[in-house]
Design a protein around this ligand. Structure first.
Ligand SMILES: *Cc1c(COP(=O)(O)O)cnc(C)c1O
Length: 470
């Protein structure tokens, strides 16, 4: 065997280079670099997706955009949004996007430029909405000469992890209303029972990540209005509409969940979920500029221009903003409506077909957003030799990513499976998925012995008892 190290030169083939014959660098920068072709292949080869993105039914994030949108975004890949002296047009386009989102949610604001901000995703947008609510609460408390050291926030236990981060980072007490068989979404009365003079806001969710359902914001607003009147408090609502913000306006325009409601002061959404843009992009809008505390706007003197900035990050990519504006003008109201309704239709079809299978039971009758969860039918579960985790593994073999997971506090023993339908998932693909599920179930039904995951599940069941068993 030839142990001599090869010396690379201009004619060395990519896959004959020394880099390709060595382990990938993991700790220190290599002393010498390599050619663009070799570097590209090394990174590319290591990051091949394990499934095709369109078969990933776990993610909410956009995996399909027009070729023209992709080109536009690639051409802006080196543009930093914050550099408004060099790229004033991008800032303008961002402002137009905020206007369009604000109007989609029926802002009453009459200003030419509506009050909002761009974020890297809903996470940043939620944080900004939460910080604004906290600062407004603190301001009111200070003015009244009351202590402001114990702020709290109220939402359902089916919150997305960003709210846990927000509460940890800003040291705000999180008070959660558990989900139950009778309350598949946030129960307004239970939410109000957790409120007091230290509550900075209530956060209902449109498009709950765990279930796909919408909290009833209108009912909450009504109950909160009576509560605020009775107590003299001014507790507002921030709607986390990460998914629903771009679904409800198109599929249920008459449903009131947005600025048409009295106590909704701010709303956040993910541009990279049903806004149909590649990651990462989020939006937050306030009902009026009076709800955005002055401390949150930083006037930055950057490269000679005075920029007003609201955000946790400084530099951020401009490409996503251009992608969002492209989608708005390319699809228009009608295009978005047609796309979201198609996703809804495919999701409802899957929901119905899965509900018909004797081994499964859907979590809810309704499909509010193009995603849903189901569990094993209690009757079937009694004698099953497999779990939804086995189904998840089986489906992975055909490229599908369909996650199985346990539910939040109070129903944490419940194992469910979720499908998120996005633009790019057609009826024909749904049929393929359903066939793969049916085939897997037939195979599991023939098992003589329980799977490892089943044995583990039964052990846990002995420990905690069944949930939703009847
Ligand atoms: C996805 C999601 C978030 C976080 O959004 P990112 O855009 O991923 O940062 C927050 N809340 C809910 C309800 C979500 O579904």
């Amino acid at each position: 065997m030839n142990k001599q190290k090869p010396t690379d030169n201009l004619t060395t083939e990519v896959y004959a280079s020394s880099a390709m014959r060595s382990a990938a660098p993991t700790q220190t920068l290599p002393t010498q670099g390599t050619t663009p072709q070799v570097a590209y292949r090394m990174v590319k080869d290591e990051t091949y997706a394990e499934t095709r993105p369109e078969l990933n039914l776990a993610t909410f994030v956009t995996t399909y955009m027009d070729e023209e949108a992709t080109r536009l975004m690639n051409e802006a890949i080196n543009v930093n949004y914050i550099d408004q002296t060099e790229y004033p047009r991008v800032a303008l386009i961002c402002g137009r996007c905020i206007n369009m989102v604000a109007n989609l949610w029926h802002t009453p604001e009459k200003e030419e430029w509506k009050t909002g901000a761009v974020g890297i995703g809903s996470s940043e947008a939620c944080m900004l909405g939460g910080v604004a609510a906290w600062l407004r609460w603190r301001e009111r408390r200070k003015a009244a000469g009351k202590p402001c050291d114990k702020p709290n926030l109220v939402m359902s236990s089916a919150y997305q992890v960003v709210w846990e981060k927000f509460c940890q980072l800003w040291q705000i007490e999180m008070r959660t209303v558990p989900l139950s068989e009778d309350h598949l979404t946030l129960d307004p009365e239970q939410a109000l029972a957790l409120c007091d003079e230290h509550t900075i806001c209530i956060v209902p969710i449109c498009g709950v990540t765990w279930t796909g359902l919408n909290d009833d914001v209108e009912a909450l607003d009504k109950a909160l209005d009576a509560y605020n009147k009775r107590t003299g408090y001014d507790i507002p609502i921030h709607v986390d509409a990460a998914s629903g913000g771009f679904i409800l306006p198109f599929t249920k325009p008459q449903c009131k969940w947005d600025f048409r409601l009295k106590w909704v002061y701010s709303i956040s959404t993910s541009g990279h979920k049903y806004g149909l843009v590649y990651p990462g992009l989020g939006w937050v809008v306030w009902k009026d500029k009076q709800y955005l505390p002055a401390e949150m706007s930083f006037s930055v003197n950057y490269l000679g221009a005075s920029i007003k900035q609201v955000g946790l990050n400084f530099s951020r990519p401009a490409a996503q903003i251009l992608g969002q504006y492209y989608n708005f003008i390319r699809y228009g109201m009608e295009g978005y409506k047609a796309i979201q309704e198609t996703s809804m239709e495919v999701a409802r079809y899957c929901h119905e077909q899965i509900g018909k299978m004797k081994c499964f039971r859907n979590y809810s009758k309704e499909v509010d957003n193009p995603l849903f969860i189901w569990q094993m039918c209690p009757n079937y579960d009694r004698t099953a030799k497999w779990t939804l985790y086995d189904l998840q593994d089986k489906l992975k073999q055909s490229g599908w990513m369909v996650p199985a997971y346990t539910m939040p506090k109070n129903i944490e023993q419940m194992v469910v499976m979720r499908v998120v339908v996005r633009q790019g998932f057609s009826r024909q693909m749904a049929d393929e998925l359903l066939r793969d599920i049916a085939d897997a179930v037939a195979e599991f039904d023939a098992l003589k012995y329980p799977t490892t995951s089943r044995l583990k599940y039964e052990q846990q069941e002995k420990q905690y008892g069944k949930v939703f068993a009847h």
